[in-house]
Design a protein around this ligand. Structure first.
Ligand SMILES: *[C@@H]1O[C@H](CO)[C@@H](O)[C@H](O)[C@H]1NC(C)=O
Ligand SMILES: *[C@@H]1O[C@H](CO)[C@@H](O)[C@H](O)[C@H]1NC(C)=O
Ligand SMILES: *[C@@H]1O[C@H](CO)[C@@H](O)[C@H](O)[C@H]1NC(C)=O
Length: 621
């Protein structure tokens, strides 16, 4: 194909685009190099979004030997075993997990499955199940399953909630049958191979085992299976029947079975790990389409000569008598949905001002998007967080913008060893939130919205709240009390009975914030935190958020926000509609493929349908 003359504007658009994009990317890369400290420039927008696992014994508990708290070696060790011996098809909602004391943490590691069943069960292929497959068969909310679910979440977090849901939908009954057969055949094979005069049967078994293995290696669900599979199943059945009719040394079969079970368990755990990794990758990385979209907007920003829309409403940005909302976001569509849902349900949208704090990488794309789209006369203010911090707080070393931090934390009763334990999911302010009063020096009150929130009602009433001397109006979360996480909070004094709280929708009185010197206190606490790497720095947001606002939380109506739409599969539709806002905290954000399908509709309602760039990039969350 001949090259398009550069002066011809209507050349093949794609080629031109690619060229412009390339030429743009290089300077952009240089420009933003300082911003991405890790140097890892994949589609990073969501990278920091993942649940931070709290607490880990190495990092936290060591300091406080009295509290032999959470992720103790016992549970960690047992977790894999328990997962494979039967995390259930029905997972309980995390909040109801603590029903039974955990027997596992005190027991030594054992081979769980075989001992619970008489050896003769082995002889019946239909009752024989590879440990891993047991899950789906005995549904019913047994206490065991609750335990297993807990152990799984302890190790893999919300992946477990996701994976059980997805397994239920998977059509794999034939695959399971193959695995069962393979399992039985493998346990018989060594005994048969030793028998005199059974060379032919031995050979046949070997062949069948290999065939099964080959098929299973390429098939995860029934749809993957080859057409001749029924023939193979019959052949294997036949072979197994013949093996059973031989007088084999039962002891040997049992022993072999135990070994195989052990191996299968490890294998199952390995697959679990692998899948959990992929799941987390899915939660961290923005889909390619979104990346395309974001780049496309950036590109358009530089192509368009005049985008001075800011000017018309700029006078509103600093006037305290407007309703100011602050959103930290690196995702255009997420920010758009929060804003759109707020204004559509707002009785007085013209009075709203939205300040979108974003990083350098997404700044221009955001600017372009919010200049092109209107939100019922609301004023939109896109701010480059990194640049602003550099400008206003040149001495501060932490310039990177962090999205609200999400944590999962194991709560255990510390008094006895037979604790109740449960996993709780929390979202809190990140380090970046503590500079909001610095960035908005002229404002007195703001509402901070997380970008994974959807507003479903008018929020005017929040502006009339009298919070007294309190700084942060937040929905409390009494599933976690400060005393229960004292090993994470250090030596600072606080009321152990006070509840944790959630980010999502927070009413912030900036005047009181300044009066109580919350930022200064935060910086003081930050000095005491050991931050060896990015992960520990982010984990530190947990104690710092909770401690900085101790005694300064004004509890909002619990009916204001429904949390958990990013991990909890059990939320009924009527319940969801009844809340003023929904919070998709958890890994399964509605814009990701992982998103919980039933909950997407609440989010998608507020997404624009006709956008040229969304179409071009095939963005269709
Ligand atoms: C799982 O293993 C434990 C022993 O570790 C056993 O008591 C329990 O019955 C097993 N659960 C199932 C569903 O087999
Ligand atoms: C929250 O809503 C439920 C019903 O949906 C109601 O019974 C309860 O009183 C409400 N709580 C508050 C604090 O308004
Ligand atoms: C806001 O939501 C409405 C639907 O509720 C939709 O028609 C509109 O396009 C959305 N606007 C933007 C800018 O996303």
């Amino acid at each position: 194909m001949k090259a398009t003359p550069p002066q011809r504007r209507r050349g093949p658009r794609v080629a031109v685009l690619a060229l412009v994009l390339c030429s743009l990317l290089v300077p952009l890369a240089i420009l933003f190099d300082h911003a991405s400290s890790s140097g890892d420039d994949v589609t990073t927008d969501e990278r920091r979004r993942q649940e931070v696992v709290l607490p880990s014994i190495d990092r936290v508990v060591r300091r406080d030997p009295v509290i032999r708290l959470p992720v103790g070696g016992g549970v960690r060790q047992d977790a894999p075993k328990k997962i494979s011996n039967g995390s259930s098809g029905v997972l309980p909602q995390p909040k109801q997990i603590d029903r039974r004391p955990s027997p596992s943490s005190t027991k030594p590691k054992v081979l769980p499955v075989p001992r619970t069943e008489p050896p003769k069960a082995v002889m019946e292929p239909n009752r024989q199940e590879v440990a891993n497959d047991r899950k789906r068969r005995d549904r019913g909310a047994k206490a065991d399953e609750v335990e297993n679910a807990k152990a799984c979440q302890l190790e893999f977090g919300s992946y477990c909630l996701w994976s059980t849901e997805h397994k239920v939908m998977m059509k794999d009954s034939i695959v399971k049958k193959l695995k069962d057969q393979l399992f039985v055949a493998r346990s018989y094979y060594p005994s048969i191979a030793k028998l005199e005069g059974q060379e032919a049967l031995s050979q046949e078994m070997k062949q069948n085992i290999q065939d099964h293995e080959r098929i299973l290696s390429a098939s995860a669900v029934d749809a993957d299976l080859p057409s001749f599979i029924n023939k193979r199943i019959l052949e294997m059945e036949h072979t197994i029947a013949r093996a059973k009719s031989c007088t084999v040394d039962c002891h040997n079969v049992d022993k072999k079975l135990l070994q195989i079970l052990d191996m299968t368990e490890d294998e199952a755990h390995f697959h679990m790990k692998q899948s959990a990794f992929l799941y987390n990758l899915g939660a961290q990385t923005l889909p390619k389409t979104h990346h395309c979209f974001s780049m496309r907007l950036t590109l358009e920003y530089f192509k368009s000569s005049s985008l001075n829309s800011d000017v018309s409403s700029a006078h509103k940005f600093n006037t305290p008598n407007h309703k100011h909302y602050v959103i930290l976001s690196k995702n255009v569509l997420a920010a758009s949905v929060v804003i759109n849902s707020t204004v559509i349900n707002s009785k007085d949208p013209g009075n709203n001002v939205f300040h979108i704090l974003t990083d350098a990488q997404n700044f221009y794309g955001m600017k372009y998007w919010f200049a092109r789209n209107s939100y019922k006369k609301s004023a939109l203010h896109v701010i480059n967080y990194e640049e602003t911090i550099l400008e206003k707080l040149p001495k501060h070393s932490m310039r990177e913008m962090y999205l609200p931090e999400e944590f999962r934390v194991l709560i255990r009763d510390t008094e006895q060893l037979t604790e109740k334990a449960r996993m709780e999911y929390l979202s809190l302010f990140s380090h970046s939130h503590f500079f909001i009063p610095e960035i908005f020096k002229d404002l007195k009150k703001v509402i901070v919205l997380d970008d994974d929130v959807v507003i479903q009602r008018d929020l005017s009433f929040l502006w009339n709240l009298n919070m007294g001397d309190k700084v942060n109006g937040a929905v409390q979360f009494c599933g976690v009390r400060l005393g229960q996480v004292r090993n994470l909070l250090g030596k600072t004094k606080y009321d152990p009975k006070s509840c944790a709280w959630m980010s999502g929708v927070n009413v912030i009185n900036l005047e009181k914030w300044r009066k109580h010197k919350v930022t200064e206190n935060y910086l003081q606490l930050l000095k005491q935190v050991k931050r060896t790497d990015e992960a520990s720095l982010r984990a530190a947001a947990f104690p710092l958020s909770l401690l900085s606002f101790r005694h300064l939380i004004y509890p909002l109506d619990v009916n204001l926000t429904l949390s958990g739409l990013g991990y909890d599969y059990g939320i009924e539709q009527e319940v969801a509609w009844s809340y003023a806002s929904l919070h998709y905290n958890g890994n399964m954000k509605p814009w990701l493929e992982l998103g919980i399908p039933d909950y997407r509709k609440y989010w998608r309602r507020y997404l624009t349908r006709e956008d040229q760039f969304m179409d071009e990039c095939n963005v269709n969350p």
